[in-house]
Write a protein that binds this ligand. Structure first.
Ligand code: ADP
Length: 476
């Protein structure tokens, strides 16, 4: 089956979070199952297409009559396309914004991506039966496919899947933008893209895609409720029969403690000695005292409300009083970055903070830490808890969304892969963390838990098979 996959970020070319990882791994897994997948994303300023193995096809694709270049990279049945647009993408350093502010023309930028992606099949010889869209940036394509490609033999018969990676980001804009986006006023209705008198681009996907998915079963249920629905729960309840929760996998080759090139030593389920070396090296790298006996608790996260970083900040005095070391890697809210950096200066033996996006360091933290803390307010799937499990780092998570679907709470005896807490309260988080550190005193019980986590299988194979089933059902 041929599949056109559209995403605003695709690792390793572009990535700000889990979407980039998924847009890399799911197409690869589908190709491994015998499908042909074309992945379309923008050529942002940070990407050097030549160095990344792409070749240009000049003026190959027309967007609203204007020709544009796409860069092509073929790996067997997997083809990556990067859409060129100097003003919208090439001339920008960020993906969605800079210095904490979204670009003001994001609606125009991603409407352009949608139109370019839908023009690819006819221009470059594809006949996809499925068009798989991801998040608000690509949602408009579900409507455009019907409205602007009804006569396009390359793509008119394709069925659409829209995946919600995060319902909180909906692409909401002033309604006055409609003409500039080339959209007729008839789409500005409550059963199309209108939302509280504004234009909601995600609704184009939620309303017009043939099937909807999100990235964990628990999140699929949560977003259909008023608490988790971000104002869209009535629509999601209306489409409940078409909404499927399919857990994300992880790229088990990029995240393999037995081979990971970012690590100073390697380990696996049967030979854990290398993890001790990783811990020592991590403590040295981030400037904490090198002590095997002191537990290292880690946070790798965007520093935003979603991730519950406020709980970590509120609990910081208590955390810093205990015999533990805290390592935080992240970027996001400036006030939280400042508060963390200040605390790290005041407690250099207890707290190490790295502000920035540093993929190799994220790997070394996952490998070197004992415990991974993820107190998310909501979590569509979450990848870091899965990396943690695989790297023998015990996750302490809030019982929400994909965290609840992937981390089994310790039963006090011999079951469980981590520790969960329910209330969005610093105290509840600390109770779960103290439970973890308490278990760690019992070396055998701790290692048994570490091994149970490492033995879990979150590879993409199973998830890709669920997407395949869905595609099959859609195309009959
Ligand atoms: P989200 O997509 O909501 O940010 P996920 O847990 O699904 O959360 O995915 C986050 C991804 O981004 C992971 O691959 C994680 O390692 C990575 N990541 C987040 N912040 C950083 C950072 N500061 N440096 C390196 N990697 C990071």
């Amino acid at each position: 089956m041929e599949i056109l996959f559209v995403a605003s970020e695709v690792a390793p070319f572009s990535k700000t979070g889990g979407l980039g990882d998924v847009a890399a791994a799911l197409p690869a897994a589908l190709v491994a199952h015998g499908h042909a997948v074309a992945v379309v994303s923008p050529r942002y300023g940070g990407i050097d297409p030549g160095r990344a193995g792409f070749e240009p096809r000049h003026r190959a694709v027309r967007v609203r009559g204007e020709p544009t270049t796409v860069h092509v990279r073929r790996t067997g049945r997997l083809v990556h396309y990067l859409v060129e647009h100097e003003h919208f993408f090439g001339g920008r350093r960020g993906l969605y914004g800079e210095h904490g502010h979204d670009y003001p023309d994001n609606a125009e930028r991603f409407a352009y991506l949608c139109r370019a992606a839908l023009a690819v099949p006819a221009a470059l010889g594809h006949r996809p039966r499925i068009v798989h869209l991801n998040d608000w940036q690509t949602a408009l394509a579900a409507w455009l496919l019907r409205a602007e490609h009804a006569e396009d033999p390359a793509i008119s018969a394709a069925r659409t899947v829209f995946t919600i990676h995060n319902l909180a980001y909906q692409g909401v804009f002033r309604k006055e933008l409609l003409p500039a986006l080339g959209l007729p006023w008839e789409v500005f209705r409550f059963d199309a893209m209108e939302f509280h008198d504004r234009l909601n681009l995600m609704k184009a996907g939620l309303v017009f895609a043939d099937a909807l998915t999100t990235v964990s079963p628990r999140y699929a249920a949560e977003i259909a409720t008023p608490e988790g629905g971000e104002g869209l729960d009535p629509l999601l309840r209306h489409r409940r029969a078409d909404l499927h929760g399919i857990l994300n996998g992880i790229d088990v080759r990029a995240w393999d403690p037995a081979t990971d090139p970012a690590l100073p030593a390697h380990f696996d389920l049967h030979r854990l000695a290398g993890k001790r070396v990783c811990k020592e090296a991590l403590q040295r790298e981030v400037g904490l005292p090198v002590r095997a006996d002191v537990p290292v608790v880690a946070v790798v996260s965007r520093l935003v409300e979603q991730k519950g970083i406020d709980l970590v900040l509120a609990a910081l005095p208590e955390l810093l009083r205990r015999e533990l070391q805290l390592v935080v890697l992240g970027t996001g809210r400036h006030d939280w970055e400042g508060a963390l950096a200040r605390a790290a200066r005041e407690h250099p033996h207890r707290l190490a903070v790295r502000l920035g996006f540093d993929e190799p360091l994220a790997h070394r933290i996952e490998a070197g830490a004992d415990v991974f803390l993820m107190p998310s307010r909501y979590e569509p799937c979450g990848l870091n808890q899965l990396y943690s499990l695989r790297y023998g780092t015990v996750p302490v998570v809030r019982e929400v969304g994909g965290l609840a679907d992937t981390v089994e709470d310790f039963d006090g005896w011999r079951r469980g892969t981590g520790f969960r807490f329910r209330d969005q309260e610093p105290k509840a988080m600390l109770v779960a963390l103290w439970r973890a550190l308490e278990l760690r005193r019992d070396r055998r019980a701790w290692h048994a838990m570490v091994r149970r986590g490492m033995a879990q299988d979150f590879s993409w194979g199973r998830s890709a098979a669920r997407y395949e089933e869905l595609y099959d059902r859609l195309v009959g």
